[in-house]
Write a protein that binds this ligand. Structure first.
Ligand code: DX5
Ligand code: ZN
Length: 234
C-alpha cells in the first residue's frame, strides 16, 4: 500500500469556466493537492475541451502542480507548448501510442513528471514494461471523454493489480508511484478506489459541481478518503 496520505486532484472539466481562476483558487485553499487539466481533441475522444492557453491562465493563479491529461491523438506534438504554458506533469494514454516509451522519455527530457493512463478495456499487464520509467499511473474508471459519468466498478480489480505491480517494481524506491483514478469519483466511490490501492483521486463533478460549493465538497471527499485510508492501515 502507498505510504503517503491520499491526494485529491480536482478536474477543471467540471468547473464553471466563467469563474475558472476563482474556482481553482478555492480548490487550492481547501486542500487540493494538484489540479487536473483534461485536454481533448475530438479525435482520440469524442469531445473537445481546452488548450495550452488555459494552462497559461491557471499558472498565474495557483502554485499547485498542473497535471495535464492528454486525450489527444499525438501528444508529442503539444508537449513543449504545454510546458511553456506552465504544466508540471503529463498523463499520456497507452492506447493509440505506438511509441509510448519515446513519449515518456520526451516528457522526462523536458523536466516534467510522466504518467501513463489505461482505459477501462486495457489490462494492467500493459503497464509492466513502462512502469519503471514513470512517476504515476492512472486507471480510467470511466471511458475517457466526458465528465459526470458513472464509476465502473469493474475497474477495482485492476486498481489492485496496478498497486501490486508498482510495489513489486519499485520496492526500494523512496518515491512511490502515484496510483491515480479518474472518472466518477465521489463520496461513495472514493473509498472503494482507496481501499483497492489508489492514492490520488481525480474528481471533477464531485468537487466543482456540487450544490454545497467547492469548500464543503473538498472537505467531504477528503474525510471519506482519509477514513478509507485509515481502515487500510489497521
Ligand atoms: C474524463 C476526464 C476526467 C473527468 C472526470 O475523460 O479524464 O478527468 O473530468 O470527471 P468526473 O469526476 O465528473 O467523472
Ligand atoms: Zn482526466
Amino acid at each position: 500500500m502507498p505510504q503517503g496520505a491520499i491526494k485529491i486532484a480536482p478536474s477543471i472539466l467540471a468547473a464553471d469556466f466563467a469563474r475558472l481562476g476563482e474556482q481553482v483558487v478555492e480548490a487550492e485553499q481547501n486542500g487540493a493537492d494538484r489540479i487536473h487539466v483534461d485536454v481533448m481533441d475530438g479525435h482520440f475522444v469524442p469531445n473537445i475541451s481546452l488548450g495550452a492557453v488555459v494552462v497559461e491562465g491557471l499558472r498565474k493563479v495557483t502554485r499547485l502542480q498542473l497535471e495535464v491529461h492528454m486525450m489527444i491523438t499525438n501528444p508529442d506534438l503539444f508537449l513543449e507548448e504545454f510546458c511553456e504554458a506552465g504544466s508540471d506533469s503529463f498523463l499520456v494514454h497507452w492506447e493509440g501510442n505506438a511509441n509510448l516509451h519515446r513519449t515518456v522519455q520526451r516528457i522526462k527530457a523536458l523536466g516534467k513528471g510522466a504518467g501513463v493512463v489505461i482505459n477501462p478495456a486495457t489490462t494492467a499487464a500493459m503497464l509492466e514494461e513502462i512502469l519503471p520509467d514513470v512517476d504515476k499511473v492512472l486507471v480510467m474508471t470511466v471511458n475517457p471523454g466526458f465528465g459526470h459519468q458513472h464509476f465502473l466498478s469493474s475497474t477495482l480489480a485492476k486498481i489492485r493489480r496496478v498497486r501490486q505491480s508498482s510495489e513489486q517494481i519499485k520496492p526500494e524506491c523512496d518515491l512511490e508511484v502515484d496510483g491515480e483514478v479518474d472518472g466518477g469519483i465521489d463520496e461513495e466511490t472514493a473509498p472503494l478506489a482507496v481501499t483497492a490501492g489508489a492514492n490520488v483521486l481525480v474528481a471533477g463533478t464531485s468537487v466543482f459541481a456540487e450544490e454545497q460549493g467547492v469548500a464543503a465538497a473538498m472537505k467531504r471527499l477528503r474525510t471519506v478518503a482519509n477514513n478509507a485510508w485509515n481502515e487500510t492501515q489497521r
